[in-house]
Design a protein around this ligand. Structure first.
Ligand code: MN
Length: 256
């Protein structure tokens, strides 16, 4: 079991979404996270810490400094204005406070060598935070783009398409090389890759589905949802174990 520099299991901070929930007689504003992320972090040996979005930046820095690693989960779309994109009829779920918090955390984690795992919306946040852009809708706007949104009619662990993993990537240490079946629950994707990132897996239609920052101990992003595959695939669980292991190593006390 991975331990951090204080002999404890690593603390993995995970951002959250805000949602208005309709009850029969009233509506209530909630902050939350799909529990599959929490379970995947726990299963990998980490302790999940939920971070509310919209806190002042100084407060986010204080939280960040207590964390051993960061996980950016899935969610709605980033405001296209941020990456110089166009509003499109399929864009949904824009949250300025979530954009601000996650873009800051992504930049801060990369700049400070804090282990970072970015999932679905998270990989898009990571790319935009570092200067990349997105297809506002992959199927409708990317040349030869195919369907990537398999919500609703399939279970979330449905293996919708394959990705081809780059053998020279950190990702390949966890997934192996060659073709890997993955779930696909997104409609946006990476258009222009941020300069400090490299693409590490590509889908058959040519979309970059995984990225990493090569000089960083662990800054990985995937466009699919490995948190829904940890019970099906030891390789997908290994991605979370990689985050937790990197988080444990990153927070070891420095020898004088
Ligand atoms: Mn996909």
């Amino acid at each position: 079991m991975s331990r951090n520099g204080f002999g404890k299991r690593p603390l993995i901070g995970c951002t959250t979404f805000r949602q208005t929930v309709e009850k029969p007689d009233y509506t209530i504003d909630m902050v939350g996270l799909t529990p599959t992320y929490i379970r995947a972090i726990e299963k990998a040996g980490g302790i999940p810490i939920l971070i509310p979005c919209g806190l002042p930046q100084d407060d986010i820095v204080q939280i960040f400094n207590q964390l051993d690693g960061v996980l950016l989960p899935g969610g709605g779309d980033i405001d296209p204005v941020i990456y110089g994109g166009q509003m499109h009829e399929t864009v949904y779920g824009i949250s300025p406070e979530r954009d601000d918090t996650e873009l800051f955390l992504a930049r801060h984690a990369v700049a400070n060598d804090k282990p970072l795992f970015a999932i679905c919306r998270g990989v898009q946040v990571l790319n935009v935070a570092l200067g990349g852009t997105l297809w506002e809708d992959v199927k409708l706007l990317m040349p030869n783009g195919t369907r990537h949104a398999y919500h609703g009619e399939f279970p979330r662990n449905h293996l919708a398409h394959t990705v081809d993993v780059d053998p020279n990537s950190q990702l390949s240490h966890f997934l192996g090389i060659g073709s890997v079946g993955i779930n696909s629950l997104h409609h946006q994707g990476i258009k222009k890759l941020a300069p400090v990132l490299v693409g590490t897996a590509v889908s058959p239609d040519g979309l970059i589905e995984a990225v990493e920052a090569p000089a960083h101990p662990f800054a990985l992003g995937v466009q699919w949802h490995p948190e829904n595959l940890v019970d099906d695939s030891p390789a997908m669980l290994a991605l979370f174990e990689g985050l937790v292991e990197a988080a444990a190593i990153a927070s070891q006390p420095q020898l004088a």
